[in-house]
Design a protein around this ligand. Structure first.
Ligand code: ADP
Ligand code: MG
Length: 633
């Protein structure tokens, strides 16, 4: 028995490998060893272990987290946790909060160096083909909640006020846990969160958020809007991406720039232009962190950026420079704020991305009809298929883009129905639909405003210097992630191209106009023989049989990558539409752009496989692009 690290009788839920498999809950004896977590039948009278029913190798585990109990869950199923591995989630119910916390903590510690640790997870169960937290219907759908830190929420919430995760070293192996106070069953929500940004209510139903203050979550109405209570007892709706679970991670430090990639970090640091300007971001390797530092020394005019990976010792300590190990990242940063210790300079100035809050799904929970009286029009941005697009403000302060739909250009009623669904799509690489004004003509579509405009123009004219390989690949990565989200929602774009992507002030690319082409009233655009049909972005099955799917979006993505790497050239420049249909269906493909190396070209070419089913998924593409980026960094 000495090899057993933990042993406990838990209730295990059946794994529901098929959507309709019935759910059952069975008591099993769970045994955790160095290599695996195994569960057995057992003889409850004699308390003896019987046959092995299953096991999960620890090295395959991608995530260990609590799960919120289902509404009306019986007492014995209040303390659930999940172990995610390649076959999906394994749900286990502990008898008490403290046993659950102990197992989670131990498991997290043992898997913390695993490859492929997840950055996002689902806080609620997968039941009958749906994730209860975000309503996604694909079991593999990326989690809807960012996971950070490596210690369990429960011990964090109860512990002292100094947990500075990720702190894998905070506990010595085998040390017994302190006694836990008796606990009431937690409500299914009831989580304490900290505001990362100020949020000014946009509707009377909203609740104001003040940065760094704590709030209690009362109801997770959907993935984007939660009902919360502040410390004065006020209640209302808040955007879920403005808060993080309290005391969980690095989020409370201004130097931590979550969701910032290498080239965005460089843009931020260069814009700040201060010697010793620094930030900490997630490394492209999951679960790791990188310090990005700007220095004016070293002879390069204008300064340069260096990127230092935060390394971990075998004992789980953190270091940037050997011999200077720390048990937490904040301690490490604090040390290097005073000592360069081998880096090009010490960390002198915090450069933060917190100045700019993330986009919100809509302008308030349940709000999709916007009163046009609250819109101010500031300037014209351009003209598209549906007419003029303007930049303006909502309620005098929020930047928005307003598409004024030229009468007769759109099948309006159908679109208005669809808009309710589109509003729920929320991802950092999709242009957010905020709402519509439908009570007057022309109707307006109100969306997030992106200050660098259309990607195609940005590629042709907007890049101030010659782009680096990393920059080009980051653009492709942004699009692949936005599209992987659409794919997980089983939403087909139908008109993906550089002209339908926009660039924000940070250089992040976001996909726009998804699904809109279905509502265009213009035969030249909708008929595959029409002059405005996106023939150059279409695969043979669309050109020949109008068969749209996520796989036709994949083809278009390959063409978009080609646009990125040619800095905005027209695909099949010398051919007209009829020639393209003819030649592409006979096997012609776009050539390798000069800026694209063989690996990049092989990714785009994989999108142009004749057989749609052989093309990759967006999730696979996103991970291929990420791997390449990692090689470059
Ligand atoms: P449509 O989709 O109706 O054809 P577009 O979306 O192409 O129209 O919009 C026309 C132009 O307006 C774009 O090329 C872009 O420059 C600008 N634009 C559109 N939406 C936005 C936005 N959300 N933020 C900034 N610029 C925008
Ligand atoms: Mg467009």
């Amino acid at each position: 028995m000495s090899d057993n690290i933990l042993e406990e009788i838990f209730i295990k839920r059946s794994q529901q490998k098929r959507k309709t498999s019935p759910l059952n809950y069975k008591e099993r004896l769970f045994i955790l060893t160095q290599e695996k977590i195994a569960y057995y039948d057992f003889d409850s009278d004699k308390g003896k272990r019987k046959g092995l029913r299953g096991s999960v190798d620890l090295e395959k585990i991608k995530c260990v987290e609590t799960v919120q109990p289902e509404p009306n869950a019986p007492q014995e199923r209040m303390y659930a946790f999940q172990i995610i591995y390649d076959e999906g989630p394994l749900y286990i119910f502990a008898k008490t909060e403290s046993i659950r916390a102990q197992w989670i903590k131990q498991l997290k510690k043992m898997v913390r160096f695993n490859r492929d640790l997840m950055q996002k997870y689902h806080p609620c169960f997968w039941v009958d083909g749906i994730w209860l937290c975000c309503q996604q219907e694909v079991k593999q759908a990326m989690g809807c909640k960012v996971l950070d830190g490596f210690t369990s929420q429960q011990s964090q919430r109860r512990g002292s006020r100094k947990p500075l995760p990720p702190t894998p070293t905070e506990e010595k192996p085998g040390r017994p846990l302190p006694p836990q106070p008796p606990e009431q069953p937690p409500p299914s929500t009831g989580m304490t969160v900290t505001a990362e940004y100020n949020y000014t209510p946009m509707t009377p139903q909203d609740l104001e958020l003040r940065k760094d203050e704590e709030y209690t979550i009362l109801e997770m109405c959907d993935a984007n809007w939660w009902r919360a209570r502040d410390k004065y007892g006020n209640e209302g709706y808040i955007p879920s991406n403005y808060v993080v679970e309290a005391e969980k991670g690095l989020e409370k430090f201004d130097w931590y720039c979550k969701n910032t990639n290498r080239s965005q970090a460089e843009t931020l640091l260069k814009t700040e232009n201060k010697d010793g300007g620094f930030l900490v971001r997630d490394s492209s390797k999951a679960g790791k962190y990188t310090v990005s530092l700007f220095s004016k020394g070293g002879g390069e005019t204008g300064g340069s950026c260096r990127h230092y990976n935060i390394c971990t010792t075998s004992q789980g300590q953190f270091y940037l420079a050997e011999k200077h190990n720390f048990s937490t990242i904040p301690e490490l940063i604090n040390y290097h704020q005073h000592n360069a210790a081998g880096m090009v300079s010490r960390l002198k100035y915090i450069v933060s991305n917190r100045v700019r809050p993330p986009s919100i799904a809509g302008l308030g929970y349940g709000v999709w009809e916007i009163d046009p009286l609250y819109l101010t029009f500031i300037k014209e941005l351009g003209t598209g298929q549906f007419g003029v697009v303007k930049y303006g403000k909502w309620q005098g302060k929020h930047d928005v883009a307003i598409k004024m739909i030229k009468e007769g250009s759109m099948s309006e009623d159908d679109f208005i129905e669809e808009a309710k669904i589109m509003m729920k799509l929320c991802h950092q690489n999709l242009v957010q639909l905020y709402g519509v004004c439908t009570k007057q003509r022309p109707i307006y579509i109100v969306t997030e405003f992106l200050s660098n405009g259309c990607l195609l123009t940005y590629l042709k004219e907007g890049l101030k210097q010659h782009p680096t390989n990393v920059q080009l690949l980051e653009m492709c990565k942004d699009v692949s992630e936005g599209m992987a989200y659409l794919e997980s929602q089983q939403y087909i774009h139908r008109d993906l191209a550089a002209r339908n992507c926009l660039v924000d002030g940070n250089g992040t690319v976001k996909v726009t106009d998804f699904g809109l082409s279905r509502y265009v009233l213009d035969d030249e655009y909708t008929s595959s023989a029409g002059s405005k049909f996106p023939v150059r972005w279409s695969p043979p099955e669309v050109l020949l049989y109008c068969k749209f799917s996520s796989k036709s979006d994949i083809w278009a993505y390959g063409v978009l990558m080609w646009e990125v790497y040619t800095l905005g050239r027209l695909p099949y420049e010398r051919l007209n539409n009829t020639e393209i249909v003819d030649q592409v269906s006979r096997g012609l493909r776009l050539y390798r752009p000069q800026l694209a190396n063989e690996k990049v070209y092989s990714i785009m070419s994989s999108c142009w496989l004749e057989k749609a089913e052989e093309r990759p998924t967006f999730q696979e593409l996103a991970s291929n692009v990420q791997d390449l980026l990692y090689e470059l960094q």
